[in-house]
Design a protein around this ligand. Structure first.
Ligand SMILES: [Zn+2]
Length: 139
């Protein structure tokens, strides 16, 4: 069962097998984030007809990036294990397996970043605090 993991907090949300999960600033978002650069309904992860999950930007004001590349609003992008998604100052990792908790301190800004791993090396990602690229962690 895949998870969406927020690196700014310790939140890990299980993704529905059939359906979608909305991330945003609004109370009714499935994963609510307190971030002025995040739209009320910013992006969605939804199950795709052929299996797996897709990322969909919901027309957010400040955009969404997937693995550091801006996505086109309204266009679905297939997600792969350990892909990272950024909205405002928040970074999320798509994980195909239940996460185990790890952590690191960003060498750029000193922010404590929550990182999860499934017993193998994660891809790198960009620090939520300062955008510095942090190399993968783990084995
Ligand atoms: Zn940083």
């Amino acid at each position: 069962m895949p998870y969406l993991i927020c690196l700014n907090s310790s939140k890990a949300v299980k993704l529905p097998e059939n359906g979608c999960l909305t991330v945003g600033r609004e109370d009714d978002a499935d994963l609510q984030v307190v971030d002025g650069e995040v739209s009320r309904h910013h992006f969605q992860l939804k199950s795709s007809p052929g299996g797996g999950h897709e990322l969909l930007d919901l027309g957010s004001a400040n955009g969404t990036t997937l693995n550091g590349v801006a996505v086109v609003p309204g266009k679905p992008y297939a997600l792969h294990d350990a892909d990272y998604v950024k909205a405002g100052r928040h970074v999320f990792i798509f994980s195909s397996a239940p996460p185990q908790r790890m952590g690191t301190t960003c060498p750029g800004c000193g922010m404590r970043v929550h990182v999860y791993d499934q017993g193998r090396r994660l891809h790198g990602f960009d620090c939520p605090g300062c955008d510095r690229h942090i190399d993968g962690l783990g084995k």
